[in-house]
Design a protein around this ligand. Structure first.
Ligand SMILES: Cc1cc2nc3c(=O)[nH]c(=O)nc-3n(C[C@H](O)[C@H](O)[C@H](O)COP(=O)(O)OP(=O)(O)OC[C@H]3O[C@@H](n4cnc5c(N)ncnc54)[C@H](O)[C@@H]3O)c2cc1C
Ligand SMILES: NC(=O)c1ccc[n+]([C@@H]2O[C@H](COP(=O)([O-])OP(=O)(O)OC[C@H]3O[C@@H](n4cnc5c(N)ncnc54)[C@H](O)[C@@H]3O)[C@@H](O)[C@H]2O)c1
Length: 469
């Protein structure tokens, strides 16, 4: 039975572990799908390429208020799709070829197949081409096997040709109508993409607001704006689904009672789960916690000595920048076992690339209240800073929370154009312990650029009087 120094399961963030420092290691890399994992193939990268395209398609609708009349002539869906995947698919392919065939990887054995734990630090791999399963063992194993979309148990749904984020970007043609089940990240981003490209979008959410994990003010504003763009059904459940020719029929239960919604494409966007169940992690003694994530400590060590985990399979954040960070931690800790470094999860930011865009770091106001923290809060509208005037933006705002005495930043939330870019100074300030007073007045803010939104939000914080002010 082949034995390795280290086996890495999953070529998303796991693939980035290997560099020239591992040249002397005997390594196995296992992948059952496309090289590059979720982010490259079906996640961050293609979605943002579609989002940018959608933003461009949406400009005529935004331009009229500026006195510029534009029309959107035509959306060439297949050209868009093929441009995007024409760029992505070769990257996945060349990543695979590099690991299999390049001299740099003479020490790496690539297994193209599905790995399942079959004993203590032992994996059995069933090749993707249906060949004979092979069992391997290793001194150390990195589990970087990610997660997959969750599909709820709805009567009749399994018989429908529904889509998830894994498949919807490769549609053959744009449908006239699309229904999106769920009110989270994936729903918000794809509703923007497809509606901007001309699809009539309905969003069915079981709760009372979209993006409800956000700060309540952000979620409420997003939901209000979403209702102007899409048919948003809140407090609504799909209780039965059936297919009639090309049309999917969804039986809904909501505030309007029972009704039937017809749609051409159904996108199920109801969350993701880690792939631990498919790996039979118990066979090697790995422990999982709620939701099936692997238990890891701050060094990314699992509960079995010599087995590490990173990214979506163990992290409560389903975010690529977190998976990348944890990958760098595992990489270091494999190389330098006597100088372990810990993951830094203090200030994990996120962004939703919808329209409007959203970005946040730190505590929401509801979390600050629940923790009984002493905090002050300030909001700043885009419409009250010069560049926001230029954009005629009347709906965007930034919200910041801080400790009233020390000025320590507790949380920041932005809804509006460029929110994922504008949030970065807050991430930096919180990561390096910069307080609100120093951040506001200890540096120049380019006038009249959009970051004045941040400057003004900071200046509005009703902090206690301090000599530093
Ligand atoms: C639609 C969508 C949009 C997203 N957009 C963003 C975004 O804008 N920003 C952001 O930060 N995050 C985003 N994410 C989340 C991000 O993609 C993930 O957090 C990240 O890719 C996780 O990386 P990973 O390495 O943990 O897992 P993955 O990238 O999923 O890699 C796991 C790999 O393991 C392989 N594998 C699994 N099980 C086995 C097995 N048993 N045997 C062999 N191989 C196996 C899989 O095939 C896969 O290639 C998005 C996700 C989705 C779905
Ligand atoms: N921009 C980004 O960083 C980005 C983009 C897309 C996805 N992601 C990551 O991928 C993850 C998955 O995204 P997502 O939108 O699928 O999940 P999500 O957790 O963001 O949202 C899931 C939604 O589905 C609803 N839901 C759950 N179960 C349901 C059921 N049985 N019936 C009806 N509704 C149900 C929830 O109430 C929620 O509104 C996210 O948590 C996020 O971390 C990130």
């Amino acid at each position: 039975m082949p034995h390795f120094d280290v086996v890495i399961v999953g070529t998303g963030s796991g693939n980035s572990i290997l560099d020239e420092r591992f040249a002397g290691w005997d390594v196995a890399l296992v992948e059952r799908g496309r090289f590059g994992g979720t982010c490259l193939n079906v996640g961050c990268i293609p979605t943002k390429m579609f989002v940018y395209t959608a933003d461009v398609a949406g400009t005529p609708a935004e331009a009229a208020k500026l006195g510029v009349d534009q029309t959107l002539d035509h959306v060439r869906w297949r050209d868009i799709r093929d441009r995007i995947f024409g760029r992505i698919d070769p990257i996945a392919e060349s990543g695979r070829e590099y690991r299999i065939g390049h001299d740099d990887n003479r020490n790496v054995t690539v297994y193209l197949g599905n790995a399942v734990f079959s004993g203590h630090k032992e994996l059995t791999i069933t090749p993707e081409d249906g060949g004979v399963p092979e069992t391997i063992t290793a001194d150390q194993i990195v589990v970087a096997a990610g997660g997959r979309p969750v599909v709820p148990d709805i009567d009749g749904l399994a018989e429908l040709p529904y889509h998830t984020s894994d498949t919807v970007m490769r549609l053959e043609k744009l449908p006239r109508r699309m229904t999106i089940l769920g009110g989270g990240f994936v729903a918000a981003e794809f509703a923007h993409v497809f509606s901007s490209l001309g699809v009539e979008v309905t969003v069915v959410a079981r709760s009372g607001s979209l993006l409800r994990a956000e700060d309540a003010g952000i979620s409420a504003r997003f939901t209000e704006l979403a209702r102007h763009r899409w048919d948003v059904r809140l407090h609504t459940k799909v209780v039965h689904a059936e297919q009639d020719g090309q049309v999917s029929r969804l039986q809904l239960e909501g505030p309007r009672g029972e009704e039937v919604l017809e749609t051409d494409v159904l996108l199920v966007a109801t969350g993701r789960r880690p792939n631990t169940d498919q790996l039979d992690v118990a066979a090697t003694g790995l422990q999982t916690r709620d939701g099936g994530h692997l238990v890891v400590d701050e060094y990314q060590r699992t509960t079995v000595d010599g087995i590490w985990a990173l990214g979506d399979i163990s992290s409560p954040w389903t975010l690529k920048h977190v998976a990348n960070h944890e990958q760098r931690v595992v990489q270091h800790n494999l190389l330098y076992p006597d100088e372990l470094v810990a993951s830094d999860h203090r200030f994990v930011p996120h962004a939703v690339f919808s329209s409007p865009q959203i970005a946040a770091v730190g505590l929401t106001e509801q979390a600050a209240r629940e923790r009984d923290l002493d905090y002050v809060v300030a909001t700043q509208d885009y419409s009250d800073v010069a560049y926001g005037w230029a954009m005629e933006n009347t709906t965007g705002f930034a919200k910041v929370l801080a400790d009233p005495r020390s000025g320590t930043l507790l949380g920041a939330h932005i809804l509006g154009p460029q929110a994922p870019t504008l949030i970065q100074p807050f991430i930096q300030a919180m990561s390096f312990g910069l307080d609100a007073r120093t951040m506001a007045r200890g540096q120049y803010w380019i006038h009249p650029a959009l970051p004045e939104l941040i400057e003004n939000a900071l200046l509005k914080l009703p902090l206690d009087a301090s000599p530093a002010q």
